[in-house]
Ligand binder design. Structure first.
Ligand SMILES: Cc1cc2nc3c(=O)[nH]c(=O)nc-3n(C[C@H](O)[C@H](O)[C@H](O)COP(=O)(O)O)c2cc1C
Length: 132
């Protein structure tokens, strides 16, 4: 089964996406799952929205997305991209995470290419896995 990357954007309920503690909690609670399932990625919070890339085998991503879609901490989940990849762009088990870089575009209007660029820039900037 090939390696795939899925990128989605969602709207946080309450103040989840403005609160780095919440993001850290989500990531902290995800680490064991992601390690078990060989899933890696990056999660950004910006202006009340989450932007996340997850990478792994198709079946693992299906299971993860079913859990993520059922999570009441966010809503309006919109998949921007799902594609087969040759290698991981975000190889962090515990999900790199933080706020979007200064001057990042609104997540409202991102297309797949724009989302990938924002996530890659954040990962590059951070050296990962945790930044603010
Ligand atoms: C924005 C966001 C990103 C998340 N990312 C992950 C993730 O990468 N891996 C994961 O296992 N859970 C993630 N979750 C949490 C899942 O929705 C779910 O709560 C969790 O996987 C359940 O884990 P458990 O079965 O160990 O209790 C995320 C939740 C939100 C709101």
């Amino acid at each position: 089964m090939p390696l795939e990357r899925l990128i989605y954007v969602s709207r946080a309920r309450g103040s989840a996406a403005d609160d780095l503690l919440t993001v850290s909690e989500i990531v902290g609670a995800s680490a064991a799952n992601n390690r078990r399932d060989d899933v890696t990625g990056i999660l950004l919070a910006h202006q009340g929205r989450f932007l996340q890339a997850v990478e792994g085998r198709g079946a693992a991503l299906e299971r993860l997305m079913a859990r993520i879609e059922a999570d009441p901490r966010h809503t309006q989940i919109e998949v921007l991209e799902r594609r087969v990849i040759a290698e991981r762009q975000f190889p962090y088990w515990e999900m790199a995470h933080g706020h979007a870089p200064e001057g990042a575009p609104s997540f409202d209007t991102l297309d797949a290419k724009g989302a990938f660029a924002v996530l890659s820039a954040a990962a590059e900037l951070a050296g990962a896995p945790e930044f603010s």
